[in-house]
Write a protein that binds this ligand. Structure first.
Ligand SMILES: [Zn+2]
Length: 698
């Protein structure tokens, strides 16, 4: 976990939820009647003043400003005076402008983040009780109105007048030939590529919060699942949230030799009913009814395991949930679509997710996922799973997790080693240079990075909080019990420290602070997990053997195969919504079920021997995360590419530094610099093939 730089946040959809801004709902981008004449006049004037060489820059700057100029920004006279005053017509002025914006935005981001960090301190750190007002401080975002302010005072227009907005296609085709300064200029302009009115942001935030609430209360009371003989498979009080807890229960049930299979089949049936919305409304988060998910029969609960009252006014019938799941998703879509007219370089939600947040074209993401899903390795790994299970595969086996090796060292032994070595957070802080040397960094670099990390005792399990300006340090929040750090806390600390190392190099050693960071969270997660994977060596113990390592790879491959399908469904459903903007919840339900089945039939049915399964539609992210699912499989691919590169080169410290100094360019540029190849599935497939051979060796 890490926090994101403000410049990046500003470009994201949910960035600024501005309240009280004087903007009417009708303030969609409009052609102002005087704009055309003003632009023609200014074009002539400025070319006459600065010469033919500036003609393209002038025309582009005028166009960019006009796209974002609202009536309340001023009339023709104000527009013309603004442009004449603020166009930087010679290189020296442009250089000064660029340097000052870079410097001042670093300070803005840095100090805003600093306020954030300090305001959150009481809730983040293990530092005594949290009083109600502490939560208000923690929730406050000092930068929430910044983008609005920068349009209101016209600093945003200064940037739009002088620096070019870049589309993803231009990044991809021209970016490889750019200088680093050109990259930094592109990131500067991009900060102001949207001017979404407050009421639109508010509508999006409301839809997001309503969908989160819908998902957050979607529990199934497992003791009340009964079979035809009224038998209960699950223990009393067990309440599972869809889909996370249901999925994790399927995983845990592999260890239950007696009832595991029956439980897994029952959960699969529950998931099916949720996706198809044939689930009786009355069983959702209600321990007062017994439900047979196969026959769909409901009865008053014959046994009581909770005091939770029955929902008021709901009769005990099996009347289905009225497509609420899809109504919530449609509301997300309608809200997200409102931002379309204010985002000229990415005019749909799909564009914004792929072209801006991920910066990998949707078509390529699709191709990469299909490459994994239709790989000849899938049936081979499936066969291996089948033989480990000793039965034919069933659809819920997409969540098979029996590859994960058992640790070689008993938990108690590890806890004892760690608590002795790190009785306090300070002890860990002092040991960071030593830890980094063991992880492969040179003594000088290890000391340098350690000097840029402050260790704090965390209230929760731990997290990393990077700085946003060079005068600040990264913070490592780690959990230390009264009896000292335990192994779990240490394992997380090494992961979070991995984020801090990335944050330190990518802020302090990058050549332009406008480029600080990584392309997206998948990159920093991959780097953090890389260091985390060597935590036993730091303790002087042996690392996992080759066979356990191979099993871990197969486990990751299977997880990528599983979630890759759900990602494709998520993508297809958003396209369907854009193609059918007036759809009803029932129509969206039918379309989603159809898309989930088609995807299953193409990539899973041949392996599982069963058609028309709808499980790929169960992820809650589909309902409340606005097209987020593709990030998971892409994250796996990126992780394997970085890992393979480290395997090849061996010198983890130097490579880590070299990769992260590249900063926030596009994912492909970053990966080409890091490994010689763009983002892709080859590393995952190569590692899987190698691991499959190793596991099958007798
Ligand atoms: Zn992390």
């Amino acid at each position: 976990m890490r926090s994101l730089p403000l410049v990046f946040l500003l470009s994201m959809l949910f960035a600024a939820i501005a309240f009280g801004q004087e903007q009417t709902a009708s303030s969609s981008p409009m052609q102002l009647s005087w704009m055309k004449d003003s632009i023609a006049r200014l074009n002539q004037e400025l070319v006459a003043k600065y010469g033919e060489g500036q003609r393209d820059r002038i025309a582009r700057g005028l166009h960019q400003v006009s796209e974002f100029w609202h009536p309340e920004d001023g009339d023709a006279a104000v527009f013309e005076a603004f442009v004449s005053t603020n166009f930087a017509g010679d290189q020296a002025t442009l250089d000064t402008m660029f340097n000052r914006f870079e410097d001042l935005l670093e300070q803005t981001d840095g100090h805003m983040h600093e306020i954030n960090r300090v305001y959150r301190q009481q809730s983040d750190l293990d530092a005594g009780s949290i009083l109600p007002f502490d939560e208000i401080f923690a929730a406050y975002d000092p930068a929430a109105h910044l983008l609005d302010d920068f349009f209101a005072n016209k600093l945003a227009f200064v940037v739009l007048l002088n620096f070019r907005l870049t589309s993803l296609n231009e990044y991809l085709t021209e970016g490889p030939d750019w200088t680093r300064r050109q990259w930094a200029e592109a990131r500067l302009a991009e900060t102001f590529s949207k001017r979404i009115p407050a009421d639109v942001n508010l509508a999006i935030a409301q839809a997001a919060s309503e969908s989160e609430q819908y998902i957050a209360q979607y529990n199934i009371w497992m003791y009340h699942l009964v079979d035809e003989r009224g038998q209960r498979l699950f223990p009393p009080k067990l309440r599972l949230l869809s889909h996370w807890n249901l999925r994790d229960e399927i995983k845990a049930d592999y260890a239950d030799k007696q009832n595991g299979l029956a439980k897994q089949r029952a959960i699969q049936q529950v998931m099916d009913r949720i996706v198809t919305q044939t689930i009786p409304l009355v069983v959702v988060d209600n321990p007062n009814v017994d439900w047979n998910p196969f026959t769909n029969e409901v009865k008053p609960a014959a046994e009581k395991d909770s005091d939770k009252p029955a929902p008021a006014g709901e009769a005990i019938t099996n009347a289905p949930e009225p497509s609420t799941r899809y109504k919530v998703l449609l509301n997300d879509f309608v809200a997200a679509k409102k931002a379309d007219p204010y985002s000229p370089t990415a005019p749909t939600m799909i564009d914004r997710r792929f072209n801006e947040d991920r910066e990998i074209p949707e078509k390529r993401v699709q191709e990469m996922l299909v490459q994994v899903l239709s790989s000849p390795l899938v049936p081979k790994v499936a066969k291996l799973i089948q033989s480990r299970l000793g039965r034919p595969l069933e659809p819920f086996d997409i969540w098979y997790d029996g590859f994960l090796p058992r640790g070689a060292y008993p938990q108690a032994e590890l806890d004892a080693i760690v608590s002795k070595r790190y009785p306090t957070a300070e002890a860990y802080q002092k040991d960071i240079p030593n830890i980094l040397v063991k992880l492969g960094f040179s003594p000088e670099k290890a000391q340098y990075v350690a000097n840029n990390i402050i260790v704090d005792p965390a209230r929760g399990s731990g997290h990393a909080m990077g700085a946003e300006m060079r005068s600040e340090k990264a913070h490592l929040r780690t959990r230390v019990e009264k009896t000292g750090m335990n192994y779990k806390g240490f394992n997380i600390a090494v992961h979070e420290m991995g984020h801090n190392v990335e944050q330190t190099f990518s802020l302090n050693e990058v050549d332009h602070t406008l480029l600080h960071g990584v392309p997206n969270t998948a990159f920093t997660e991959a780097l953090a997990m890389l260091l985390q994977g060597h935590d036993l060596e730091v303790l002087g113990l042996s690392s996992p053997d080759e066979k356990s390592e191979a099993l871990r790879v197969l486990s990751d491959f299977w997880a990528t195969y599983e979630i890759g399908g759900s990602a494709l469904v998520d993508m297809a459903v958003w396209h369907w919504m854009y193609d059918h903007p007036g759809a009803t919840p029932d129509q969206l339900r039918d379309a989603t079920v159809e898309i989930a089945k088609e995807t299953w039939n193409r990539y899973y049915a041949p392996v599982f021997g069963k058609k028309d399964v709808v499980l790929l539609g169960i992820y809650s992210h589909m309902i409340h995360s606005f097209l987020y699912l593709p990030d998971y499989p892409i994250g796996h691919l990126i992780g394997f590419q970085i890992e393979e590169q480290m395997r090849k080169v061996g010198k983890v410290g130097d490579e880590f530094e070299r990769m992260t100094k590249e900063g926030r360019v596009t994912p492909d540029m970053w990966m080409i610099n890091a490994t010689g190849k763009p983002v892709g599935p080859e590393a995952l497939l190569t590692a899987t093939e190698r691991s499959l051979a190793r596991v099958q060796e007798k």
